[in-house]
Design a binder for this molecule. Structure first.
Ligand code: GLY
Length: 576
């Protein structure tokens, strides 16, 4: 343990170094897990959810490619080897730091609701449908954004030959890849839903038997789709045979959806300004609406700013009281106010005076008995909105990359639920169920819900791809899968790194404690459960459960890159 702590102290930013000094060693031996040494490099680094995907990105970086080039290779490989989490049939958000200009921006490749979708899309007889009744089939499928995001990122920031970025994934799809333990386990758990569509069942359960760990799986249809995109760009996805296959699959499903060729033709990636929130002298920058990620992570951190978490340390129940209640307050605002700003005005949720007032609510000694949304300032006439109760279950994948020029990329990518809508398009990729990230209800006690379904709208996300900036340069690149718990996972990792001085590997491995709506979730099988009694005494309702984050982080310090991959999944950091 001493070696681990020494390494933590050696590799943290100056800010975190100060905080680490404040953590008594005996405190740091409780919740903090012993972790392998983080991967370090002076040149470039890629962290992704599967070793084959990380290696595909590493090959591009080794050959002098940019972070955007590497991301394309990583994403198209993940779509093959981790098909349950992300792929061509889904959407993604990308945060980019440009080393040449010093600017940070974001690309929104979120799925859109088809133009034929109505606010009652997920209602039957006037009542919201059951979640999985809505997920499985064509109704939940939004217009995919990932293929166009890949092209747009490469057009802006790529320097490698576009078509070459697909070679690795095409080779793996044609020659076969070894089914990972996680993919095999998830297929085994999901056989019932995967059986609903014959093409999906044939791929994941050939001859009626679920694919097993170590099986060699090929995907000729996916290789063909990749060849078409490599040759003709994203147009080969949004028009012609691939697009027609998507629409036929959605409309021909047992529960048909309303996606059309016109929706695919009209799809656009949108550049949006990064949303940044100050924390401990740094700027925590990420994805604004339609994601709730940066606003909610930013609110949590702003509410924690007045409190000395560093001095409390990671084993302090009071530190977790503050984190838990800050998160509850932020989630209350999220449920009422956050949605696609192209459709719904959103108030100034990061207004410093507003957040200073909310932070005072945390001054007591016990957990807050009740939490409700605040009254943030508006630039628009204030809207009377209802509270949303959208369900988001764990899913998704995160990619963190820093290239040799210092460009940094943080991208969270998803098909929503594990295996998405369970519809495999003829092009060899799963289609998303992203539309179930909308509220199934349109109103709450007579007031409209901001995140209701509307044609062309992007469903609210929790994805929180983040780049922390200090003195105008990136110091920490991080993100995670995990549905709406993503926000808590990312906030925890930032606090662990910045307040408690942990290196990226220790910070991502730190047990997860997540509070969204009042119940405190503690990670089963970890020292987090030691906090159950103390947190219950503070007034929290506690729930011990699996909390399978997939955090991927890179710290940048004095020209050295330090990477961490979440031990809960199959990710790998590679740096050279
Ligand atoms: N569907 C996961 C998310 O967007 O947060």
């Amino acid at each position: 343990m001493r070696a681990v702590l020494a390494l933590i102290l050696m590799t943290t930013p100056a800010l975190a170094q100060e905080a680490a000094d404040a953590v008594a060693p005996e405190q740091a031996t409780g919740l903090v897990r012993e972790t392998p040494e983080p991967v370090t490099s002076d040149n470039w680094m890629v962290v992704a959810a599967n070793p084959l995907a990380s290696e595909a990105g590493a090959k591009v970086l080794r050959a002098g490619g940019s972070a955007a080039d590497a991301m394309v290779a990583v994403q198209v490989t993940l779509g093959l080897v981790e098909p349950q989490s992300s792929g061509l049939g889904g959407g993604a958000f990308l945060v980019w730091y440009d080393a040449e200009t010093g600017e940070i921006t974001t690309l929104d490749g979120r799925e859109t609701a088809p133009m034929a979708a109505t606010p009652t899309l997920f209602q039957k007889d006037g009542e919201p449908m059951g979640f999985f009744d809505a997920v499985v089939g064509g109704l939940s499928v939004g217009t995919p954004g990932t293929p166009m995001l890949l092209e747009e990122a490469h057009r802006r920031w790529g320097r490698a030959n576009w078509s070459g970025l697909f070679d690795e994934a095409i080779g793996l799809a044609e020659d076969g890849f070894s089914v990972s333990p996680r993919l095999a386990a998830l297929v085994a758990e999901d056989e019932e839903f995967l059986s609903v569509a014959p093409a999906t069942a044939d791929y994941f359960m050939p001859g009626g038997s679920a694919i097993a760990e170590g099986d060699t799986l090929t995907n000729a249809a996916y290789a063909e789709t990749l060849r078409a995109i490599a040759a003709r760009g994203a147009d080969a996805f949004y028009h012609g045979e691939v697009a027609e296959g998507i629409v036929a699959t959605v409309r021909g499903a047992a529960q048909p959806g309303v996606l059309s060729l016109e929706d695919l033709d009209a799809y656009e990636v949108v550049e949006r300004p990064a949303v940044c929130a100050p924390y401990r002298g740094a700027e925590v920058c990420g994805m604004g609406p339609p994601s709730s990620g940066a606003l909610t992570v930013g609110q949590i951190l702003a509410l924690l700013e007045p409190y000395e978490l560093a001095a409390m340390g990671p084993d302090s129940p009071d530190a977790w009281r503050l984190i838990g209640d800050a998160s509850r307050l932020a989630f209350a605002d999220r449920g009422r106010y956050m949605a696609d700003t192209d459709y719904v005005p959103v108030p100034r949720l990061l207004d410093p005076d507003y957040l200073a007032g909310r932070a005072e609510l945390l001054e007591g000694d016990d957990s807050l008995p009740e939490v409700s949304p605040g009254m943030p300032p508006w630039d628009h006439a204030a809207l009377d909105l209802g509270d949303d109760a959208s369900i988001e279950l764990p899913s998704t994948s995160h990619i963190s990359i820093v290239d040799a020029d210092g460009n940094a990329l943080s991208m969270t990518t998803t098909i929503e639920n594990g295996f998405g809508s369970r519809l495999l398009a003829p092009g060899g990729f799963l289609l998303n169920n992203e539309l179930t990230d909308f509220s199934f209800s349109t109103h709450d006690e007579g007031s409209p819900i901001a995140n209701r379904v509307e044609p062309g709208k992007r469903p609210r996300s929790s994805m929180s791809p983040t780049i922390v900036m200090e003195d105008g340069a990136p110091v920490f690149v991080v993100g995670s899968p995990g549905g709406s718990r993503i926000i808590g996972y990312v906030a925890k990792t930032i606090v662990a790194h910045m307040d408690w001085g942990m290196d990226p590997q220790a910070a991502v491995a730190l047990p997860n404690l997540v509070n969204r709506f009042g119940t405190y979730d503690l990670e089963d099988g970890t020292a987090a459960t030691d906090l159950q009694g103390p947190l219950e005494e503070l007034g929290f309702e506690v729930n011990v459960r699996d909390l399978t984050s997939g955090l991927h982080a890179i710290a940048v310090r004095d020209g050295t890159l330090i990477g961490g991959a979440d031990p809960r999944r199959e990710g790998l950091a590679i740096g050279e």
